[in-house]
Design a protein around this ligand. Structure first.
Ligand code: LMR
Length: 394
């Protein structure tokens, strides 16, 4: 049977992870896949996570099933964390899902049940996995203007004009914060305008909230999501606990839906649960139980937030250091945008040939579109990195 198949394209982010691992050069630098790294270049287990795991190990009495929507305490805690009181909970339903990707997947399936073949509008550019998730769910993908390659900011006027032209059968995928891959984000005022546009056109907002707490803070990063949800009758949110809890391989996320009223929310949730049951039956619990334990315990929560604050502060410091080092060496402000961006990534706007050159000559790995993971910058080698970048673009 398999002779009918042709080779599928690889994922450029995960393929680069493999290439980096196979590179024997001890001086190599990994600015590729989006995982946080500390000063030692290690993606450590967060201390609050470790303590929660110990508690779970001691207290867990059973491994029996929890049900299709997963860990209920986790669901309630995630709604408090991400949505707060932005929308009446009687209209909100949540189902735990495997990671941000699993959450996106089940929600895209839900969209396709509601509007078969609908168009999902994604930012230009967006995370490369958005398109396959939507297309594999039977949906069409089109782009709206987003990144300005001159200013490395958001082309907001063009973005808003595109959104204003959409209708009630359209779905708009928005990055709730920390845009991936660009690092360029909407201001609160711009979020207000996007929310007003969505309320006017009736297009369905679908928010990918994978980096909550990695930009300006837990509350600041939730502004856009909460504003949109407070403004529209229906919305979807895919939440991820991979980055902010450092739980990458545990695959913990949540699919959230907001409906017009409780009765429609129940119907939509029944479809969502039906999708999950027919796909993987129920989500794995471990990561969700860790997050529930942390968010429900005052001391663990304080510890987690403090660690998250440190991680965010480190990423902002690395941004400032790299743009400062480039400014000093080049006497130009061309890379100041790195300090202005927020989240884990910045899109440098380099040609692919420059990206390949940096990999081959300097062992500096970034995604082919020139996205860097700022958490991968070794703090004691910022000058070396600035030299390599400036040499490569000469
Ligand atoms: C990334 O964008 O690097 C991360 O979200 C990891 C992934 O799965 O692509």
């Amino acid at each position: 049977m398999f002779e009918t198949l042709t080779k599928a394209p690889g994922d450029k982010i995960l393929a680069l992870m493999g290439e980096y691992a196979a590179d024997p050069r001890p001086t190599k630098i990994d600015l590729g896949v989006g995982v946080y790294k500390d000063e030692q270049g290690v993606t450590a287990v967060m201390s609050a996570v470790r303590k929660a795991e110990q508690r779970i190990l001691q207290n867990e009495k059973t491994k029996t099933y929890l049900g299709i929507a997963g860990n209920k305490g986790f669901g309630a805690a995630v709604l408090d964390l991400a949505l707060a009181d932005s929308v009446d909970r009687s209209r909100v339903r949540i189902a735990q899902a495997p990671g941000g990707t699993g959450s996106l997947w089940v929600l895209m399936q839900l969209v396709n049940r509601a509007r078969p073949g609908a168009t999902v509008w994604v930012s230009d550019p967006t995370w490369p996995n958005h398109n396959p998730i939507a297309e594999n769910s039977g949906l069409k993908v089109k782009t709206y203007p987003y990144f300005d390659t001159e200013t490395r900011g958001v082309r907001f006027e063009q973005m808003l004009a595109a959104l204003d032209g959409l209708g009630k059968d359209d779905v708009v995928l928005l990055h709730g914060c920390c845009h991936n891959p660009t690092g360029a984000n909407l201001t609160p005022d711009q979020w207000d305008k996007v929310a007003a546009s969505l309320a006017r056109t009736g297009a369905l907002p679908f928010i990918d909230l994978a980096y909550l707490g990695f930009g300006d803070g837990l509350v600041e990063d939730a502004y856009g999501t909460r504003k949109v949800l407070a403004s529209v009758p229906e919305a979807l949110v895919a939440f991820s606990g991979s980055k902010n809890f450092g739980l990458y391989r545990e695959r913990v996320g949540a699919a959230i839906l907001v409906a017009r009223d409780a009765a429609q929310a129940d119907i939509a949730q029944s479809q969502l649960l039906n999708i999950i049951r027919g796909a993987y039956s129920q989500p794995p619990d471990h990561g969700a139980e860790i997050i529930r334990t942390i968010l429900e315990d005052a001391a663990l929560r304080v510890e987690w937030e403090a660690e998250l604050n440190l991680m965010r502060g480190r990423m902002i410091r690395l941004r400032e250091k790299l743009s400062e080092a480039i400014r000093q060496r080049s006497n130009s402000k061309d890379f100041d945008f790195i300090a202005a961006h927020r989240g884990m990534f910045s899109l440098l706007g380099l040609d692919n040939s420059v990206v390949e050159h940096l990999k081959a000559n300097n062992g500096i790995y970034m995604i082919g579109d020139s996205r860097i993971n700022v958490a991968g910058i070794p703090e004691d080698r910022v000058g070396e990195l600035a030299d390599a970048l400036l040499n490569a673009i000469k």
